[in-house]
Structures are given as structure tokens and as C-alpha cells.
Write a new protein. Structure first.
Length: 99
């Protein structure tokens, strides 16, 4: 779920509430007969909230412990306090895991 710095490119993502996102994920899991999800987002706060809400709906939630900015709404690649190599490695790992 792209958030972070994508307000201009993906404004629709910012209009979705947590409940709407959970509803869409649950509907997709039902359609594909899935009992779990691999959850990726560039917003640490949203990631934690969605994980909790999805687990409360009895879905297994897997996460990669990507380095994310502690500043809400700031993409990791713009956060100078984070290790550049680790940020790049995390992007590659999450893309690989989603593939």
C-alpha cells in the first residue's frame, strides 16, 4: 500500500480508511481462498494498525521488517537518518517477496 511520498501520484490511496483497506484485503483473500497476506506499506504506523486489524479477522499476516521512517508521511528514501544501504536492500527484498 503506497503512502509516504505518493500523495500526488496516488491520491486515492490517501482517501482509503483503514477499514476500507481491510475490507478490500478481506474481499480479495475470500476471492482467492487465502488465509493470509504479505503486508507491505511505506508507512510504519499504517503497517502496525493494518496488521492488528487483519489478525483480528483471523488472517495470518506476514511482514518483512523493512526500515521505515519514524516520521509519519515521510518515505524512507527521503529520511536521511536511515542507513542508505539498508533502505535499498529492504526495497529489493520486499519486491522479491511480493513477486
Amino acid at each position: 500500500i503506497r503512502l509516504g511520498d505518493k500523495a500526488v501520484e496516488a491520491q486515492a490511496n490517501f482517501e482509503l480508511t483503514d477499514d476500507a483497506l481491510v475490507g478490500r484485503i478481506l474481499a480479495q483473500c475470500a476471492a482467492w481462498h487465502c488465509s493470509g497476506v504479505f503486508l507491505c506499506t511505506d508507512d510504519a504506523t499504517v503497517k502496525a494498525r493494518l496488521k492488528s486489524k487483519l489478525e483480528s479477522q483471523f488472517l495470518v499476516v506476514s511482514l518483512y521488517p523493512a526500515t521505515l521512517s519514524s516520521t509519519s508521511g515521510q518515505a524512507a528514501h527521503f529520511d536521511e537518518s536511515l542507513d542508505k544501504y539498508k533502505k535499498a536492500e529492504d526495497v529489493v527484498m520486499e519486491a522479491l517477496l511480493m513477486a
